[in-house]
Design a protein around this ligand. Structure first.
Ligand code: BES
Ligand code: MN
Ligand code: ZN
Length: 501
């Protein structure tokens, strides 16, 4: 995809297959829509007075308006003007890009980023336009076999800006494209079937990224090395499967002159849950929708997608991705309820439910992260069904004892239209993880399941600022539109861009 700015003063003279203009609820025209309406002798108002009311996530198409050079004007609903924000803008850009892709157009021009909205800048609005364009170009066809379809692909989107703002817009566009590619990588890895996207496949993907981007270095630790590191908790989950585990470390080191050691900022570490299939193990899950547990590696996928974006952007901040990857299957070697294992930290864990495996693989990765003396560690995991019950598919769950870190992540989520909601981590919940036979139990009973999972992780994170994102409800959609969302790559990339500035 190619993204550019279009600075022609006279909007109605732009020659393009599709020109997007925004319309607020009750037919209130955005400035660009008003310009086109005047040039087109009221053609837009004729429609907004009748059938098109500007509701969000809707659009209408007007063709061949006399006096307007664009072949189509795409009216994009923006929702209520007083509610217009980064999220509404992001969805509007996506509506337009998806329309272009579905209509088989190869290019289009959007004026949507020129509409001011709170908590955004032209740079972040341009970022949203380019990430929407890139995301609209996502096609899953790796395993479609004979159902694969070829057709024209969306290749170019330009955004309309004032001449003096082209540089700022172009920076946002490059960022948005890098972000979009990162999101699409995360979606692809999520959507791939679990017999293809195995732990070794995730390892190979990390190595490929390191070949493609010079700032990235990948290391994949194997079972022997993990044994030497005493990762007894992670290995206990991996042991149930024939598929070998992979412990992936993917590092982005900014190129160029390294700042003097004392000025160098400590790295930010991202830890992604990489269960490439979660059957539950001996505490086996019901059959219905079990296929969706191929998405249990979406935390890992978001880490790879984010590092891809970080590398493409050449961000001036060290970022390290850590992925404990394995399958969770029942077998004669699998964990049993009642087993006690020793984690890398030395804490012993009583496994009361083998389906609470995410925390078992993450805790050793969180201990491993200590060696990087990180400024912050953020883990990302499809960790609990309880988080889906609490927050549905709108917000990711955010847990942190560090208010600054939590606020930065919440802000990044809002700006990126990838929101998170903070849930509590009070010590009082730790009670539920008490065990008679080990330092800690791996489940805390039905109440506050998302919180007790986070509490479990917190026990391994005392040496650095830490936040946990539970993406069980947001990483993919089920049903007819089944597919990975690429979340929370947008939140993470926005956060890291802020931290690199
Ligand atoms: N991967 C699941 C969490 C999950 C469930 C994500 C449904 C998305 C949809 C996780 O490994 C799991 O099984 N968690 C258990 C924990 C329980 C045994 C304490 C759960 O949520 O049921
Ligand atoms: Mn599970
Ligand atoms: Zn799981």
């Amino acid at each position: 995809m190619e993204f550019s700015t279009q600075t022609t003063a006279s909007l109605h003279q732009i020659k393009t297959a599709a020109l997007a203009v925004g319309v607020f609820t009750d037919g209130v025209l955005s400035p660009a829509a008003d310009v086109i309406d005047r040039a087109g002798a009221g053609a837009l108002r004729a429609v907004t007075k009748t059938e098109f009311k500007g509701k969000s996530n809707t659009h209408a198409v007007l063709r061949d308006i006399p006096g307007v050079s664009a072949a189509r004007i795409v009216l994009v609903g923006l929702g209520k003007q007083e509610n217009y924000n980064a999220t509404a803008h992001g969805s509007a850009e996506l509506v337009f890009a998806q329309y272009c892709a579905a209509a088989g157009l190869t290019e289009g021009v959007s004026t949507l980023a020129s509409i001011e909205c709170p908590d955004t800048t032209l740079r972040t609005r341009a970022r949203a336009a380019a990430s929407a364009g890139t995301r609209a170009g996502y096609h899953y066809d790796a395993t479609l076999g004979k159902s694969r379809e070829a057709g024209p692909r969306l290749r170019k989107i330009a955004i309309w800006t004032a001449r003096g703002q082209a540089a700022e817009a172009q920076q946002g566009l490059s960022e948005g494209q890098a972000l979009g590619e990162g999101i699409n990588l995360a979606r692809m890895l999520g959507d791939l079937p679990p017999n293809v996207c195995t732990p070794s496949y995730l390892g190979k993907t990390a190595k490929q990224l390191a070949k493609q981007f010079t700032t990235l270095k990948a290391e994949v630790l194997e079972r022997k090395q993990l044994e030497a590191l005493n990762m007894g908790s992670f290995l206990s989950v991996a042991r149930g499967s024939y598929e070998p585990p992979a412990f992936i470390v993917l590092k982005h080191t900014p190129a160029g002159r390294r700042p003097a050691a004392k000025d160098r900022k400590a790295p930010i570490v991202l830890v992604g849950k990489g269960i490439t299939f979660d059957s539950g193990g001996i505490s086996i899950k019901p059959a219905a929708n079990m296929d969706e547990m191929k998405y249990d590696m979406c935390g890992a996928a978001s880490v790879l997608g984010t590092l891809r974006a970080v590398a493409q952007l050449e961000l001036n901040r060290e970022v390290i991705g850590i992925i404990p990857a394995c399958e969770n299957l029942p077998s004669g070697r699998a964990n049993k309820p009642g087993d006690v294992v020793t984690s890398m930290s030395g804490l012993t864990i009583e496994i009361l439910n083998t389906d609470a495996e995410g925390r078992l693989v993450l805790c050793d990765a969180l201990t491993y992260a200590e060696r990087f003396k990180p400024a912050a560690v953020i883990d990302i995991a499809t960790l609990t069904g309880a988080c889906v019950v609490a927050l549905g598919n709108v917000n990711s769950g955010l847990f942190s004892k560090d208010d600054d870190l939590a606020d930065s992540l919440l802000r990044a989520g809002r700006a990126a239209a990838d929101p998170a909601w903070r849930l509590p981590l009070d010590d009082a919940y730790q009670e539920q993880l008490r065990s008679n036979f080990a330092d800690i139990a791996n489940i805390g009973g039905p109440p506050a399941g998302a919180v007790t999972a986070a509490c479990f992780l917190s026990r391994f994170t005392s040496s650095y600022p830490w936040a946990h994102l539970d993406i069980a409800g947001t990483a993919w959609r089920g049903g007819k539109e089944k597919g990975a969302s690429g979340r929370p790559v947008p939140l993470l990339v926005h956060y890291l861009i802020e931290q690199a500035n």
